[in-house]
Design a protein. Structure first.
Length: 228
């Protein structure tokens, strides 16, 4: 029996997703399952403050995706910017490509070992985001020619959905609220507000999500009465 093409297999997997699961999350899980990865992330607009991202819940993915977000650097972003696949393997003593040197150094400093493959999510050849796949170190990397049609199909599904933004990307509302609060406190633009949040996460050696939580819960303010 001839195996159906990757986009058709992705559509079948997506049809089995619980209707209550946000579209981006269900699509991310389906991509990871189809390509045999241990974890992954779907990201639209990875260089902008409006960055939309959905990830699987495994520890390595969460750690490395947050690191990409805090540093503003990583294989997902590079795949989007350069519009081609990026492969990165590292262990505790490995060095990454020069374009990812900060990310690779920070990741290996945490003791993380993984193989990462990122491909652009494209519409008519134009990159609009990236699909990043994580595997255990030592596993054969997923080939670009296998991941690319899946990423492009995922892009078309996301852009073709009529669901409200908050239903597709539920975490985005919290992100925008936190950025808005920093804008109001410091009277800066959205990009600068996000840079402030990232800098605080770096300074505290914590995740961006935890900083956003602290801002929203008013445990952290960047006004005159700034909290630690």
């Amino acid at each position: 029996m001839v195996e159906p093409p990757q986009p058709a297999r992705l559509a079948r997997l997506l049809a089995r997703v619980d209707p209550g699961v946000p579209l981006a999350s269900g699509l991310c899980d389906a991509c990871v399952q189809l390509l045999g990865a241990t974890g992954g992330a779907l990201t639209l607009l990875p260089t902008a403050f409006e960055r939309l991202s959905a990830t699987t819940s495994d520890e390595t993915t969460l750690r490395l995706e947050d690191l990409q977000e805090v540093l503003g650097e990583g294989p997902g972003r590079l795949a989007y910017v350069e519009n081609h696949g990026i492969e990165l393997s590292f262990a505790s003593d490995a060095e990454g490509p020069s374009a990812l040197s900060v990310f690779a150094s920070a990741a290996t400093a945490t003791g993380t070992s993984a193989t990462v493959v990122a491909v652009p999510m494209r519409l008519e050849g134009r990159p609009l985001g990236s699909l990043t796949l994580y595997q255990d170190a030592g596993d054969p990397p997923i080939a670009d020619h296998e991941a690319q049609p899946v990423a492009d199909t995922a892009c078309a599904v996301l852009l073709g959905s009529r669901a409200p933004l908050e239903q597709q990307w539920p975490d985005q509302t919290r992100r925008h609220r936190a950025i808005g609060m920093v804008i109001a406190q410091l009277r800066v633009g959205p990009d600068d507000a996000l840079a402030v949040l990232r800098a605080r996460a770096l300074a505290r050696a914590s995740s961006l999500g935890s900083v956003i939580d602290d801002v929203l819960e008013r445990r952290l303010s960047f006004g005159t009465a700034t909290s630690a």
